[in-house]
Design a protein around this ligand. Structure first.
Ligand SMILES: Cc1cc2nc3c(=O)[nH]c(=O)nc-3n(C[C@H](O)[C@H](O)[C@H](O)COP(=O)(O)OP(=O)(O)OC[C@H]3O[C@@H](n4cnc5c(N)ncnc54)[C@H](O)[C@@H]3O)c2cc1C
Length: 387
């Protein structure tokens, strides 16, 4: 068992931490409040190679794995910049295309994903299907060599700043109940694809959208992979990276909040000479949250190590557990930090309550805590599936 990062991973962690701190949470909040994106940070991270750490070197990436990408996600979040699009573009889209795309798709998309000049977001969730992706109603039909896509997607992050959206559709007849998923790389300006922004109670520079696909015509090579058979493995290949990196983002956010609160409670004095942190009623909840975050980090490390070793099934279990643990730990850490800061906790200046919406959403998306518990009950505890 090895808990140490390699020297290269250590260097990456230090370098990403330094980059994140140069921007900081103030920058993240300022962009969110102005309705702008964190483009400067994104492009600088791309130029420095951090967005492509997990992309093969022959396509302009760093040739590392999800361990490296998780480090990037965690350290930027720990600096107060939790970038959700790291989870969709380099983690999901780049993995799906690198593993299952055609040579042509790899050449067209991976270099841009690696240097940050291209963003590909991910659309699976639908209003009717929700957590039950077997009910997906977005249909792909053949029309000569082309494909026609119709359906609706919801809560899709980052469509306004991406060139493409990776759409999960079903092929064949929706009424048979048999899902044969297929993934399509759809330009966000394709005729027939429209979007409307959702008003979300999350302070974030990244937005969520409803997407409407109305006979969106796509050439044959928009389908990920050489044939329809690539659909299911391609879809599943994106799930472990998604869970592991979103967990890393949660752990980083938890660290950020605990750091902010600890700095404050160590110096704030309202009862004479002792800091408020000397009172166990203040310190213990923070210490408890720190333990939960550290436990989540251990599981993230395990899941990423298993994934990078090609042990996908075990990584699936650890990745889900890591996502669950980190989602809960991040929400606990931010809430506890707000409490420890008192009134200051609710101000924008101290930069903690600004994350309440984001960490709350982290218990729902990209997979809810209940669906993870269902997964663990079924695949670890051998319980009968209830749905
Ligand atoms: C900020 C944010 C960003 C997102 N970004 C994206 C994105 O980029 N792309 C994308 O495709 N989707 C995205 N989503 C959607 C997200 O993945 C879904 O919201 C999530 O999977 C839950 O689906 P739902 O909202 O339809 O909830 P529902 O499926 O309607 O579930 C509602 C509640 O019931 C619970 N529940 C449902 N079924 C069961 C069951 N069988 N057992 C126990 N409990 C159950 C759920 O856990 C949940 O608490 C995003 C969501 C948010 C909030």
């Amino acid at each position: 068992m090895n808990f140490d990062l390699t020297p290269e991973q250590d260097q990456l962690r230090d370098a990403v931490r330094a980059l994140g701190r140069r921007y900081g949470h103030g920058y993240f909040v300022e962009k969110a409040k102005a309705g702008e994106h964190t483009s400067e940070l994104w492009h600088e991270a791309g130029r420095l190679g951090y967005l492509g750490v997990n992309i093969p070197t022959e396509h302009g990436g760093g040739g590392g794995g999800i361990t490296e990408l998780a480090i990037v996600c965690e350290e930027l979040a720990a600096a107060g910049c939790p970038l959700l699009l790291l989870v969709v573009s380099p983690a999901i889209a780049a993995t799906v295309i690198a593993r299952h795309g055609t040579d042509e798709q790899r050449k067209r998309h991976l270099p841009g994903l690696a240097d940050g000049s291209q963003k590909i977001v991910f659309a699976i969730t639908e209003p009717e299907a929700g957590s039950n992706f077997h009910r997906l109603g977005t249909v792909a039909r053949r029309d000569g060599d082309d494909w026609l896509l119709s359906g609706r997607k919801c809560y899709i992050s980052g469509v306004d700043e991406a060139q493409y959206v990776l759409v999960v559709a079903r092929t064949g007849d929706a009424s048979t109940g048999k899902l044969k998923p297929a993934l399509f790389i759809v330009p966000t300006d394709a005729p027939g694809l429209t979007r409307s922004k959702l008003d979300m109670e999350i302070l974030s520079p990244e937005n969520q959208f409803l997407l409407y696909l109305d006979d969106v015509r796509l050439p044959a090579d928009a389908l990920v992979g050489e044939s329809l058979d690539a659909g299911l493995p391609a879809l599943f290949s994106g799930l472990n990276p998604e869970r592991i990196t979103v967990a890393a983002m949660g752990a980083g956010t938890g660290r950020y909040a605990i750091d902010r609160a600890s700095e404050y409670t160590a110096t704030r004095k309202v009862w004479g000479g002792r800091s408020i942190g000397s009172h166990q009623g203040v310190a213990h909840p923070l210490a408890h949250a720190a333990v939960q975050v550290e436990l989540a980090r251990l599981m993230i490390h395990k899941a990423a190590t298993l994934y990078d070793a090609g042990r996908d099934l075990e990584a699936g279990i650890s990745g889900n557990m890591a996502k669950y643990a980190a989602g809960e730990a991040a929400a606990l850490a931010v809430d506890t930090a707000v409490q420890a800061l008192g009134g200051a906790g609710m101000t924008t200046e101290y930069g903690v309550a600004t994350l309440l919406g984001a960490v709350r959403a982290g218990r729902i998306a990209p997979v809810s805590r209940e669906m993870i518990l269902n997964f663990v009950a079924q695949h670890v505890l051998g319980q009968e599936k209830s749905y």
